[in-house]
Design a protein around this ligand. Structure first.
Ligand code: MG
Length: 334
């Protein structure tokens, strides 16, 4: 197969690649100077604080090229960053993207990756304002820095949970982790579960609605499993909690594909990563408001536990018996 010279990364060069990426960026009024100068200049909304978060996706650690097509990988790389701004009750605005690219990566791959990235940017009103590209000797690395804003009083931290608050979660848990386990086993995976893994949707509007209504006392996005992620809220708030395993919300597809396993495999919902739902705590007097607020945003919210004054996270069954299974979240260093 012959390729036109301009269709390879090597022929295009770093600056060629940057102009190719820049050509796809839709200008936004908040961006005074975007890609192309030494630094971007953005206009902040008076009275708001800047929220910043960064995430790295490494080939064969966070994704595999065999499973992720470049378009959905581009979508996911921005979506998971946006999820961190959502988890603060923030409004996502600006992104920086850095790519370390293996020299043999086809230019089409980068084009598709950027189409996916740009599609999510448009969906969530985020503008790419800069980044970096370099050559990688060992796989593709995608690093996204996301910036957003919020008024100081509306920012929701991990540290605000109080004893007797309810523990809530949006949507359903376990779909992404179950899809990953099926991919790893080489089993056929249902499309809807696979899309939860490969193409997650950050819960921006419902998070913002909770923040604006002052309903969430603490919040986090579920990236490493609710057991571990609620654990972060508990640690930062100086509290503990009890999670009711039978109340964890599972999708219809999850229930149907796991129906013949004997027992419901709750471990995927408890400890499986990458759901990108929101786990939050709230006063128990706000239950109805929370359900109504979530419903307005087209998302389910489910109460799954209670914050305790003593530390430690306990998982219990319906009759109150503690679960003894070793429920741990995804640990990047094991
Ligand atoms: Mg997070």
């Amino acid at each position: 197969m012959t390729q036109k010279k301009s269709s390879t990364l090597a022929a295009l060069g770093e600056f060629g690649l940057i102009s190719r990426i820049t050509a796809r960026v839709t200008p936004h009024e908040s961006v005074i100077t975007g890609i192309g100068d030494d630094a971007a200049v953005t206009a902040l909304t008076p009275g708001m604080r800047l929220l910043t978060s960064t995430d790295m996706l490494l080939e064969d650690v966070h994704f595999r090229r065999a499973w992720h097509d470049p378009f959905t990988l581009g979508r996911k790389s921005l979506a998971v960053s946006i999820s961190d701004i959502a988890a603060m009750g923030g409004i996502p605005h600006w992104a920086l993207l850095s790519l370390a690219i293996p020299p043999d990566l086809p230019l089409d791959f980068i084009d598709d990756l950027m189409r996916g990235f740009q599609e999510v940017a448009t969906e969530y009103n985020v503008t790419l304002i800069g980044g970096d590209t370099c050559s990688s000797r060992n796989g593709l690395t995608i690093s996204v820095t996301i910036m957003g804003e919020q008024y100081p009083d509306l920012i929701v931290r991990r540290s605000g949970a109080q004893p007797d608050d309810d523990i809530w979660v949006t949507g359903t848990l376990g779909d992404a982790a179950f899809a990953l386990s099926q991919l790893e086993n080489g089993t056929a995976v249902s499309e809807s579960l696979l899309s939860r893994l490969l193409n997650p949707a950050p819960r921006v509007s419902v998070a913002l609605a909770f923040a604006e209504a002052g309903l969430a006392t603490a919040m986090i996005d579920v990236s490493d499993g609710i057991r571990a992620d609620f654990g972060h809220i508990a640690d930062m708030s100086g509290v503990g909690g009890t999670l009711r395993v039978d109340d964890l919300p599972l999708s219809g597809m999850f229930r149907s594909v796991t129906a013949d396993l004997g027992a419901i495999p709750f471990e995927y919902a408890l400890t499986g990563g990458e759901d990108y739902e929101l786990c939050f705590t709230a006063r128990n007097s706000n239950r109805e408001k929370i359900v109504a607020c979530a419903k307005k945003c087209g998302v389910a919210a489910t109460r799954v536990g209670i914050v305790t004054s003593f530390s430690g996270v306990t998982v219990i069954t319906r009759d109150g018996t503690p679960c003894t299974a070793p429920f741990n979240g995804f640990n990047h260093f094991t």
